[in-house]
Design a protein around this ligand. Structure first.
Ligand code: SAJ
Length: 415
């Protein structure tokens, strides 16, 4: 089939490339002319392992072409952002999904399939169907007509990990949620072309909730670890030792405390559940608040350590939202480092091997980006904020005599 992928970001572009590699002609659509031009040159605008070579190959073979306009196709895959509305209440904003659906509606024909992949609150796929139905009264819509609908509509979330996107897009299992069972079967046949993992069919609302639940599960588990670390601080316990021991229980697997939860998914998606059922979603809401609060706890402890060592420079190790990636958006490490820079100015050094320069909020603070060897020579205080491999391998003798706050537990010998 001819495929149209709408939204060429972290999910849409790799998905478009993988569909193209499977031999389907793909037209990729993005609102940004710059993104479109970059891809048509065979280049990419995001960082992801092996994505550059794949996009170059499928563009060169004429299988992937980008545009700012939605053109007719047989299968439409929507992978646009679903951020929060700007009301400060963590309300989901599905306007990009609806805008994409309206563009699809304009070119939709009998027999086509529309698949939503964007993380969405429960009910969004049906709302999208209704928006398409309003624009195209000539087409019989699934769930709204008697007998056979003219088009099929489904919700099929991804569950890929940044840094492993291509691998996980191919090998992860997938939930395939149809508005009707027939819609699910149609979407299933499409995903089978490029997914090697198992594709499990369900209804659209269950698939929407599944995606949210997966990330909320992880958030709650991280919150448990973060809460433990704050309890341990209060009681003068070593949290790493407690977790190591508890995890020897055959049915206990406590995750790793850190400076908070970053990224664009785990810190966002649980709120979509809370928004849909505010009375019931108590643990899920609390986990979000606990993980956000951890940042402030870490900052307070780091400040105290800097104040207790007034003559020393303070090295913040890491800015990324997690280990071994160059993504600094929504990063608790970055928040803590920038707050320390504002407070302690020229005493602060930042080590981030994945950054070429410090983000804008560091401007004028006097803080500097340096490499790890310089930090180990010049800084008497070390605050580890990201568990990058390059930090983990620093041996104890190189850190000897320094005041250290290891927020991620990367140096077990400290315990
Ligand atoms: N973190 C901890 N302690 C831990 C694990 C993680 O503090 O034990 C922190 C990380 O440092 C990071 C944040 O949590 O700041 C999230 O990192 P992550 O690796 O758990 O997840 P993401 O955001 O990179 O990707 C998640 C994944 N979801 C799940 O594992 C349930 C991924 O599979 C999803 O596809 C992705 O969200 C998404 O796009 O929804």
């Amino acid at each position: 089939p001819d495929v149209c992928v709408i939204g060429l970001g972290y999910i849409g572009l790799p998905t478009a490339a993988i569909i193209a590699r499977a031999g389907c002609p793909v037209s990729g659509v993005d609102v940004s002319q710059n993104v479109v031009d970059t891809i048509n040159r065979g280049e990419i605008h995001i960082e992801e392992v092996d994505l550059d070579g794949l996009v170059q190959a499928v563009v060169q073979r004429g299988l992937l072409r980008a545009s700012t306009e939605v053109a007719p196709a047989d299968v439409f895959v929507i992978a646009v952002p679903t951020p929060f509305a700007k009301d400060g209440n963590h309300t989901p904003d599905t306007s990009h999904v609806m805008a994409a659906a309206e563009k699809v509606a304009a070119v939709l024909k009998k027999g086509d399939a529309v698949i939503l992949e964007s993380t969405s609150p429960v009910g969004t796929t049906e709302a999208m169907r209704d928006a398409i139905a309003a624009k195209r009264p000539d087409l019989a819509m699934p769930g709204l007509c008697e007998g056979q609908p003219d088009v099929s509509i489904a919700y099929c979330p991804e569950r890929v990990l940044p840094g492993r996107i291509l691998e996980e897009l191919t090998h992860n299992d997938r939930s395939i949620g149809g508005i009707t069972p027939r819609c699910a079967r149609k979407a299933l046949a499409f995903y089978k072309r490029f997914v090697k993992g198992e594709c499990v069919t369900t209804d659209a609302r269950s698939a929407e909730m599944t995606k949210l639940v997966e990330n909320a599960f992880r958030d709650v588990n991280i919150a448990f670890a973060n809460e433990l670390s704050m309890i341990a601080d209060r009681q003068g316990l070593d949290v790493w030792e407690v977790i190591r021991l508890a995890n020897r229980h055959p049915r206990v697997n406590i995750l790793t405390p850190g400076p908070g939860v970053g990224g664009h998914c785990i810190a966002v998606d649980p709120w979509f559940i809370v928004h849909g059922a505010p009375e019931e979603a108590k643990i899920i809401r609390q986990a979000r608040e606990t993980n956000d609060g951890k940042m402030h706890h870490v900052l307070a402890r780091a400040k105290a350590l800097a104040e207790a060592n007034p003559g020393e420079k303070v090295a913040c190790l890491g800015l990324a939202f997690k280990a071994n990636i160059d993504d600094f958006r929504e990063s608790p490490a970055r928040y803590v480092a920038a707050s320390l820079a504002r407070e302690f100015g020229e005493r602060v050094r930042v080590v981030e091997p994945y950054a070429a320069e410090l983000p804008r909020e560091f401007e004028g603070t006097g803080a500097e980006l340096i490499d790890i060897d310089t930090a180990l020579e010049e800084c008497g205080v070390l605050v580890t904020l990201v568990d990058h491999d390059v930090f983990k391998v620093i041996p104890p003798e190189e850190r000897q005599g320094k005041a250290i706050y290891d927020t991620r537990g990367i140096w077990p010998d400290l315990a």
